[in-house]
Design a protein around this ligand. Structure first.
Ligand SMILES: Cc1cc2nc3c(=O)[nH]c(=O)nc-3n(C[C@H](O)[C@H](O)[C@H](O)COP(=O)(O)OP(=O)(O)OC[C@H]3O[C@@H](n4cnc5c(N)ncnc54)[C@H](O)[C@@H]3O)c2cc1C
Length: 454
C-alpha cells in the first residue's frame, strides 16, 4: 500500500506521481492535508485561501465522480503522516516536490519521519513545464543561470529536445483505499468551518473551469496576446495563474493546448518566466532571503498604508489597489506599476508589498510573487535596473488611453476627461518627478553597496 499526498497538484489527471503509482499496481491512500501552519491567521478566508478551498472542493468532487476516495485531514503533515504509517501497511509515501522554504523544511521533517519508520519517501518533480531537475545536466554548467535571457534560450532548446508530454494516467486507473483507521480520522478530523467550505460549489472550479478558460483563451486571445497582454482594462490574458498555482491545471496542459499556434511564442515565454522563478527557488539559496543581503535601511514604511488602501492620489495606483483588495485580481502590468511605485517612488521595502500581495492576490504563489517583487525593486539576480522606474500616469495613458480601468474602479473620477483622468490628484502623497529622482539616488547606493552576508 502507498500513501499519496496532494499538495500543489489539485487535479486527477496528468500528474507525474500518478504515472509512477500506476506502475506499482497497488492500492493506496490518497490524502489532502489542511495544514494549520498555512491556513492560520485568516488565510483561508483571504482571496488565495478561498481560491485554494474552491480548488480543493473541486478535487474532492472529481474523486467522487470517478468513484474514488480522497481523504482530507487537518493537522501538522508530519503528525498526520506518522499516524497513518502506524495504522496502515504503507510501504512508501509519494509526493510532488515543492521548493519554498516552508515546503523544504516540512518535507525534510516528513522524510525523516518516513525513514525513521522504515518506509520509502518518493518525491517527484511536477510543477515546472520543463524537467528542471534534469535541466542542469543538460546545460552542462557548474553554476545555475542568474539571468533570464540565457536561461530562456537554453530552456527553449531543452523543451524542443526533451519535452516530456502530459501523463496518461488518471485517477480512474488507480485503486484508492476507502476507509482509514479511526485512530487517524478522528484526531485529525477537519474543523466544522473547513468541512462545510469544502462541501461548497465544487464542480465549477478546478480542472473543469481552468480547461474552459484555457480553451477560450486559445480561441479568442492567443493570436493577439503579444499586442494585448498589457491592455489591462481589457483582460485578454489567460487568467490561469490561480489554477496553475494550486495545480488544478498543469503547465503541460497549458503548453500543449497552445503549441505551434500563432501567438504561442510570447505566451510560452511567460510560462518560461514561471519556470525561471521556480528554478531560482530550486537552485539559488539567496532567492528567499535577498532582503538580508542588501542594506535597505534607507527605506521606510511611511507611505505603505496609503498605498495598500488605494489612497495615494495617483489614480492608476489607487484603482489597481482597489481592484486587488476587492477581488484578488490584478493584471501583470499593474502589479509591476504598483510594485515599482511602492518600492521606488514611496521608498518602501519590497517585503511589505510582497506581504500585502500575499494576503490579497487570489493567485498568490510564494515563489512567483517574490520573483515579481525582486524584479520591480531592482534586487535579486535578474532585476530591472535601479534607474528603471515606471511613471504610473504615463503607464496608464499608454496602456489604457481612455482611462476605462480607472473609471471602473474609481467611479468618483469618471467625469474627468481622457487626458485628465491619468494625472495625479491635487492631494497626491508624492510628486512623481521628485520622488523618481530621489529613488534613483537611493537605489543607486543600495545597488553599489557590497552584499552583506547574513
Ligand atoms: C510584483 C508581482 C507579483 C506577482 N505575484 C504573482 C503571484 O503571486 N502569483 C502568480 O501566479 N503570478 C505572480 N506574478 C506574475 C504575473 O503577474 C501573473 O502570473 C499574471 O498576471 C497572471 O495572469 P494570467 O494567468 O492571465 O497570465 P498570462 O499572461 O496568461 O500568462 C500565463 C501564465 O504565465 C505565468 N506568468 C505570466 N507572467 C508571469 C511573470 N511575470 N512571472 C512569472 N510567471 C508569469 C503565469 O503562470 C501565468 O498564468 C507577479 C508579478 C509581479 C510583477
Amino acid at each position: 500500500m502507498y500513501l499519496f499526498i496532494h499538495r500543489k497538484d489539485l487535479r486527477v489527471a496528468d500528474l507525474r506521481a500518478f504515472d509512477y503509482l500506476r506502475s506499482k499496481d497497488a492500492e493506496g491512500i490518497h490524502l489532502l492535508i489542511i495544514d494549520p501552519a498555512l491556513t492560520a491567521q485568516g488565510r483561508l478566508t483571504s482571496h488565495s485561501g478561498r481560491n485554494f478551498v474552491g480548488q480543493a472542493a473541486s478535487l474532492l468532487h472529481s474523486y467522487a465522480k470517478a468513484g474514488k476516495e480522497l481523504h482530507v485531514l487537518y493537522g501538522d503533515p508530519v503528525h498526520v503522516t506518522e499516524a497513518l504509517l502506524q495504522s496502515h501497511p504503507i510501504d512508501e509515501v509519494v509526493v510532488h516536490a515543492d521548493y519554498t522554504p516552508y515546503a523544504r523544511s516540512r518535507d525534510e521533517r516528513l522524510q525523516q519521519t518516513v525513514h525513521r519508520l522504515g518506509r520509502r519517501w518518493i518525491s517527484i518533480a511536477d510543477a515546472p513545464l520543463a524537467d528542471l531537475e534534469a535541466f542542469p545536466a543538460y546545460t552542462g554548467r557548474s553554476e545555475p543561470y542568474k539571468v533570464f535571457t540565457p536561461f530562456y534560450r537554453m530552456w527553449s532548446s531543452f523543451i524542443m529536445q526533451s519535452y516530456n508530454p502530459m501523463g496518461i494516467t488518471t485517477i480512474h486507473d488507480l485503486n484508492t483505499v476507502r476507509e482509514i483507521s479511526g485512530r487517524v480520522a478522528v484526531p485529525f478530523a477537519l474543523p466544522e468551518q473547513i468541512a462545510s467550505a469544502l462541501g461548497g460549489t465544487a464542480a465549477v472550479e478546478g480542472s473543469v473551469k481552468s480547461a474552459l478558460l484555457l480553451d477560450r483563451f486559445v480561441r479568442e486571445h492567443l493570436a493577439a496576446y503579444a499586442a494585448s497582454r498589457d491592455a489591462f482594462a481589457e483582460g485578454h490574458t489567460s487568467g490561469l495563474s490561480r489554477f496553475l498555482n494550486t495545480g488544478a491545471i498543469s503547465a503541460r496542459q497549458a503548453y500543449e493546448a497552445t503549441e505551434g499556434l500563432p501567438g504561442a511564442e510570447t505566451w510560452l515565454r511567460q510560462l518560461a518566466w514561471r519556470d525561471f522563478y521556480l528554478y531560482q527557488a530550486m537552485y539559488h539559496e539567496d532567492y528567499f532571503r535577498y532582503e538580508h543581503l542588501s542594506d535597505l535601511s534607507a527605506l521606510t514604511d511611511k507611505h505603505f498604508g496609503a498605498w495598500a488602501s488605494g489612497a495615494t492620489g495617483i489614480p492608476i495606483i489607487d484603482a489597481a489597489m482597489t481592484q486587488l483588495n476587492r477581488t484578488g485580481e490584478l493584471p501583470n502590468r499593474l502589479r509591476m506599476v504598483t510594485a515599482m511605485f511602492l518600492t521606488k517612488n514611496l521608498l518602501c521595502p519590497f517585503t511589505l508589498g510582497e506581504q500585502h500581495f500575499r494576503l490579497n492576490l487570489s493567485d498568490y504563489d510564494n515563489t512567483l510573487n517574490r520573483g515579481g517583487w525582486l524584479w520591480c525593486s531592482s534586487l535579486g539576480y535578474d532585476a530591472a535596473p535601479y534607474f528603471r522606474i515606471m511613471n504610473p500616469a504615463t503607464q496608464s495613458q499608454t496602456h489604457d488611453p481612455v482611462g476605462s480601468y480607472i473609471r471602473r474602479w474609481l467611479p468618483h473620477l469618471a467625469h474627468l476627461s481622457d487626458k485628465e483622468i491619468h494625472q495625479p490628484l491635487s492631494g497626491a502623497i508624492v510628486d512623481l518627478k521628485a520622488s523618481r529622482a530621489r529613488a534613483i539616488d537611493v537605489y543607486r547606493s543600495i545597488a553599489k553597496q557590497p552584499i552583506v552576508q547574513a
